[in-house]
Design a protein around this ligand. Structure first.
Ligand SMILES: [Zn+2]
Length: 441
């Protein structure tokens, strides 16, 4: 006689009601694997808070069941909570690609916890893991940082496909165009697939533009700038910072990397061979005034209006070495994270008073996020052909909008599930249902 299979439970502990603190628990019988462990930066109404991490109280008593932590990529909203949470969970092994692990390791080094950190490097997409009863497979998920992985978690009732963060790049600066058609193979007669789809771009019309287009736009700005150019972006946009340095070399300009995370990320990526450039292109911020203005590019943090980050200090005249001039150009090469709108608007206004050329997305496409937009979402669903859809990793309204987008191409509403943090999606051989809604905030 067949014994009854346990149910698979999918429990997001963060990232279902906000952008940030992404973390999802998969529980099957006495086995648990966890995908991502991120932190969220505070919103405007959270004064005095440095960051927010997922609540792991529901894992109390189950630490011994945790077979591993999988990481999709090295962004802080996916790895930033690791040093805070792994000590509470008895230090399970972390599985991730090379760059992701190096960035994670850096967090433990800074927290002086590196000696406890156990990790295993996923070297190729062909690698499979057996973690308890979970079979895990990997695939490349194109995103805005190298080495991004999607995961496929195989169980007897459903194949869960999680893309981490994703986008399509039809014209990448390196490698081949993105194609997710191979994911359709995981939806079979016997075992259907469930696609967990990051949905940050679900209100943005059209397709995400290609990195190649952004390259062209930024290059044009750098070629024609009459003075210095200050480019504010996320320190994790390693690839983009890499090609900006390359353009600087072609134009015989010098680059200042400003902001602790900006410097360390680029150092790490260069050391590992992900980026190649001449050391001499990078100069120390202290020597910035020894060069003609039109020979200087500053790449810095702070495009989200973070309080103490470099761009804010420049705007507030608090930067020790950089004072903006009318002829300078400031480029926001990042999109606005929901919750930061007013702060960024104030920062922009402030910058417009100081220099003539402030460039942001409404003026010229200089960002292109790492996230699929409405047409990309449609294409993804058509290519991956999942049976079930679970929009994830965004505010609640964005998850609902993603569901609507799926509806416009005929995806059955009954097969779409929208969870909150702490909700449980339970999947048995017979049915799939939201078993428990969270009742606290
Ligand atoms: Zn990301």
């Amino acid at each position: 006689m067949l014994s009854k299979q346990p149910n698979l439970r999918i429990i997001p502990l963060g990232g279902q009601e906000e952008v940030g603190r992404n973390m999802t628990v998969f529980e099957y019988g006495s086995d648990i694997v966890i995908l991502d462990m991120g932190l969220q930066f505070p919103e405007e109404d959270m004064p005095g808070i440095d960051y927010v991490i997922p609540d792991v109280n529901s894992l109390k008593g189950k630490e011994k069941n945790i077979r591993g932590i999988l990481l999709s990529h090295g962004h802080l909203d996916h790895i930033g909570a690791l040093p805070h949470l792994l000590p509470k969970l008895n230090w399970p092994t972390v599985y991730a690609s090379k760059l992701t692990l190096v960035l994670a390791r850096k967090r433990f080094e800074e927290a002086r916890l590196l000696k406890f950190f156990k990790s295993y490097e996923i070297r190729t997409e062909q690698e499979h893991l057996q973690l308890g009863n979970f079979k895990i497979n990997f695939f490349t998920a194109t995103h805005s940082i190298m080495d991004s992985l999607g995961v496929i978690i195989q169980t007897p009732m459903v194949n869960v496909i999680h893309l981490g963060d994703w986008r399509y790049d039809r014209n990448p600066t390196s490698g081949s165009p993105t194609d997710f058609s191979h994911l359709a193979n995981w939806n079979t007669e016997k075992i259907p697939s469930l696609l967990m789809m990051e949905a940050i771009g679900s209100t943005k019309e059209g397709y995400q533009i290609s990195e190649q287009e952004i390259y062209k736009n930024v290059k044009q700005i750098l070629e024609n700038a009459p003075g210095r150019v200050v480019i504010a972006t996320f320190s994790s946009m390693v690839e983009r910072v890499g090609w900006i340095i390359k353009i600087a070399e072609q134009l015989n300009k010098k680059v200042v990397l400003d902001g602790y995370s900006m410097k360390t990320n680029i150092e790490i990526a260069k050391k590992l061979g992900y980026l190649k450039f001449n050391e001499k292109t990078i100069i120390n911020v202290k020597s910035i005034n020894g060069y003609p203005n039109n020979k200087i590019i500053v790449i810095c943090t702070g495009a989200q209006g973070e309080d103490r980050a470099v761009l804010m200090r420049i705007a507030n005249h608090e930067h020790r070495h950089i004072r903006l001039k009318k002829s300078d150009t400031v480029v926001f090469s990042s999109s606005v994270i929901p919750g930061n709108e007013r702060t960024i608007q104030r920062l922009k206004d402030n910058l417009y008073r100081q220099c003539d050329n402030v460039i942001h997305k409404e003026i010229m496409d200089v960002h292109g996020g790492g996230h699929g937009q409405i047409e990309d979402i449609k294409l993804l669903i058509r290519q991956a052909k999942p049976k079930y859809l679970l929009p994830v990793y965004a505010n609640h309204y964005l998850l609902c909008e993603a569901a609507k987008v799926a509806g416009t191409i005929g995806f059955p509403a009954n097969n779409i599930f929208i969870l909150d943090n702490g909700s449980i999606l339970e999947i048995s051989e017979q049915e799939i249902k939201i078993a428990e809604k969270k009742n606290t905030n």
